[in-house]
Design a protein around this ligand. Structure first.
Ligand SMILES: [Mg+2]
Length: 148
């Protein structure tokens, strides 16, 4: 089964880094537009391990599906570098940068947003990350029946 995994606030801590950057430098309105912002995002707890397990799973074929920050051209490159940094070069071909997630065919989408980037039109099941049902990767792993 094809499973798509979002990046910001699912694999990496966009909101935490955004708040930290604003606190450190209130004069910058859009810290996410700064060079290096996306590349330096810290992974969320358990995210890297879960994706690595999916990569080696017989049941799932994971892809990373992320919408770009279109006002920050660096984001396209930095998301690609982030994936190589954390999963190695071979996994880079599983990175899909797309503003309309509803176009993709597959069984599962793990995303912290249920709409706005085509999630509402995704044909498969949405695992709504960050909700009370799926607050973290532990809950997602249980849903996917991955070993703990
Ligand atoms: Mg997101």
């Amino acid at each position: 089964m094809i499973i798509y995994i979002d990046m910001d606030d699912v694999l990496c801590d966009f909101s935490g880094a955004h708040a930290k950057a604003l606190a450190e430098n209130p004069g910058i309105a859009f810290p996410q537009s700064q060079y290096g912002f996306y590349q330096r995002l810290p992974p969320l707890e358990g995210a890297i391990e879960a994706v690595k397990e999916l990569i080696h799973s017989d049941e799932y074929m994971p892809y990373i599906l992320t919408a770009p920050s279109t006002k920050n051209p660096f984001s396209y490159t930095e998301k690609r570098v982030w994936i190589e940094d954390h999963f190695g070069y071979d996994f880079v071909e599983r990175l899909i940068i797309c503003s309309n997630k509803g176009l993709l065919k597959g069984g599962i989408l793990v995303d912290d947003n249920h709409s706005g980037r085509g999630q509402e039109n995704f044909e498969g099941k949405l695992i709504h990350f960050g909700t009370t049902q799926f607050p973290n990767w532990g809950a997602v792993r249980r849903e996917l029946s991955l070993k703990i």
